[in-house]
Design a protein around this ligand. Sequence first.
Ligand code: SF4
Length: 239
Amino acid sequence: MDPSGLARLDRRIAGCRACPRLVDWREEVARTKRAAFADWTYWGRPVPGFGPPDARLLIVGLAPAAHGGNRTGRMFTGDRSGDVLYQALYDVGLASQPASVHAGDGLELYGVRVTSPVHCAPPANKPTPAERDACRPWLVRELHLLRPTLRAALVLGAFGWQAALPAFAEAGWTVPRPRPAFAHGAHVALDAADGPALQLFGCFHVSQRNTFTGRLTPEMLREVLRSAAGAAGLPTTKG
Ligand code: SF4
């Protein structure tokens, strides 16, 4: 694959202004900030995917958080959801360090890329269906570029699952009809006419609501990560 193609895509995504409501929101949040981050210069733009261009496993959320990715410019970085996700990636040997704090902190992911079907932080963490549809072509392009190496995807939460399935279909994998239902631990193989299948896994979202209540425990997350990594041909550790 062409590694520069993904870097170019990431730059183009970061300049997108297609959704007026989200452009207003992300920029207003970046201006007004949260008191705890008053000395930060917020990113305030679309947040591109993070991870190597030859990733074998793709982790798909829903959208960046207002004071997380929208502040730091990196997916799942700088909020509690990301703390849980990157700690688990580190625990199973897929990340170089247990925390993702800011875009220049040196974190590396091993064979894993993290992205989302909506690249701008939405008010109340809820993109509209029109915004979700407007952003889909970015994910489809990312999937096309990753396709030569991509063998598994782990989708966090039912909203991300619903948003990502059409993108997988548009990128060349066959999504069964009726569409597979989201569940924690769901595993479906998406065949492709002209290449290897994509092993698709579902996992409860790493939201505070799920992790604080114990609906999603660190062990549950590590277990799904190990399954998805194994299906992608990535080695993991016990952790
Ligand atoms: S959500 Fe996606 S399509 Fe809409 S402005 Fe952000 S990057 Fe562009």
